[in-house]
Design a protein around this ligand. Structure first.
Ligand SMILES: Cc1cc2nc3c(=O)[nH]c(=O)nc-3n(C[C@H](O)[C@H](O)[C@H](O)COP(=O)(O)OP(=O)(O)OC[C@H]3O[C@@H](n4cnc5c(N)ncnc54)[C@H](O)[C@@H]3O)c2cc1C
Length: 400
């Protein structure tokens, strides 16, 4: 056996899993097709709840700390709201992901970049063989798919594809002498004109990141036009956009199997993107952290498989994603009252801050509004889905 564990994909999910598992005494090989540092389509927003999952500070790669938001409904009035404590950090993925990989290497992980994997297969003795495009072949007792939205591990090992996708497109407007004061410590969010999503302006050190995202079936072909509109709305010239990047965000079926035998999928490969916000780095890092102790037990023959990871995320992560999905359906069917409440009511604005700080879950926010609201959530989400004219979700697949 080459190594105890092979992790495929060195985004936040893969580097975190590799580091956490190495810290528990296993040998880990972390493989990525890209040469690092590499960029990735992403707004680079890291919520406080996500940063607090890590045992080290992200300070070296943080470019701004967000305390508030300029909130806008379509092209209406901009209302600025603030929290008294930070809610989100701003970074660039080329910096964040490299930093996380460096921490993994310092823990003892063997990292090989420029290694596109073309095939993963389970061998009769329950170990795994991983074949790279350059002809390298690796073997391990455990294989972890952290290879993002189009995961080859998910496909090769028979895990369920996401049931839906959002898509997002973003680019940068350069400010070599510093960004406008208006955006320092503030994000701009525009709701109500992009089905299933929103437009954003995120501040960074020497540029602002402007992006749009929404339901793939509703906005897929119009993303570029919508991004241009968002630029103009905030006074930027779309011709100044550089480094344009788009990708899809996979939304998994709640409860879909994410582990079997000695394999597991984490992060985007498992579809752990928050449907309402599009935040995926939290799902990536937290699923990796949930997986590590189960891998340790499996390697020590204390458990027969990695099913414990599936059960933990089904209990700890999935219910919140399910509530987020229901809120997302409702929010996008009737955005006007919700945006107005966010703009004007502390009863809505304050919990939004607590949520991204990790002090409260979606489910607890809903419960705060009483049992009737909680009970009405799922039926209302179904109605909302009808209102937005979207097909019903596919039925769960059985077996693995
Ligand atoms: C436009 C856009 C904006 C976004 N903005 C935010 C945001 O502001 N905040 C937030 O929290 N989330 C955001 N997201 C979501 C977030 O980017 C993802 O959810 C997150 O990157 C998931 O992390 P991951 O580690 O699971 O996968 P990834 O970060 O996608 O990492 C997967 C890694 O696997 C590697 N890989 C893939 N295939 C192979 C292969 N065959 N062989 C070897 N390596 C392979 C890739 O090179 C990559 O490094 C955004 C997404 C998009 C598209």
């Amino acid at each position: 056996m080459d190594t105890d564990v092979i992790v495929i994909g060195a985004g936040p999910a893969g580097s975190t899993a590799a580091r956490e598992i190495t810290n528990r005494g296993a040998s880990v090989l972390l493989l990525d097709r890209a040469k690092f540092p590499r960029d990735k389509p992403c707004g680079g927003g890291v919520t406080i709840r996500t940063a607090e999952l890590l045992p080290f500070s992200l300070d070296p790669v943080i470019e701004d700390t967000i305390l508030g938001a300029h909130l806008r409904l379509r092209d209406g009035k901009n209302i600025t709201r603030r929290h008294h404590r930070p809610i989100t950090y701003m970074t660039q993925r080329s910096r964040l992901d490299h930093f996380l990989v460096e921490h993994a290497q310092q823990a003892g992980v063997e990292f090989r970049d420029g290694q596109p994997i073309k095939l993963v297969r389970r061998l009769p003795d329950r170990t795994f063989e991983v074949q790279a495009r350059n002809g390298d072949v690796h073997r391990a007792r455990v294989v972890i798919g952290a290879d993002g939205a189009n995961s080859i591990v998910r496909k090769n090992l028979g895990y369920e594809d996401p049931i839906e996708s959002a898509v997002a497109l973003e680019g940068n407007i350069a400010y070599p002498n510093g960004i406008p004061d208006h955006y320092k410590g503030q994000v701009a969010l525009q709701f109500g004109s992009i089905p299933g999503g929103y437009g954003w302006v995120f501040p960074k050190g020497d540029h602002v990141n402007v992006g749009v995202g929404g339901w793939k079936d509703a906005v897929g072909t119009s993303l570029r036009d919508r991004l241009n509109d968002t630029c103009r709305l905030y006074g930027f010239d779309p011709a100044d956009l550089t480094n344009l990047r788009g990708h899809h965000l996979p939304l998994g079926r709640p409860g879909a199997l994410v582990a079997g035998g000695g394999s597991a999928v984490i992060g985007d490969a498992a579809g752990f993107v928050d449907p309402l916000s599009g935040e995926g780095i939290h799902g990536a890092i937290s699923s990796a952290i949930h997986l590590a102790p189960v891998v340790e037990d499996y390697l020590a023959d204390r458990v027969p498989n990695l099913a414990g990871y599936h059960h933990t995320v089904t209990r700890e992560l999935v219910p919140n994603l399910e509530t987020s999905r229901a809120l997302m359906e409702i929010f996008h069917a009737w955005p006007d009252p919700f945006v107005w409440l966010l703009q004007h009511s502390d009863r809505f604005w304050n919990p939004a801050g607590e949520l991204v700080r990790g002090e409260i879950s979606y489910t607890r926010i809903v419960n705060r509004f009483g049992p009737l609201v909680a009970a009405a959530l799922k039926p209302t989400a179904k109605l909302a889905r009808l209102r937005t004219g979207r097909a019903s979700l596919p039925r769960p697949r059985t077996g693995h």
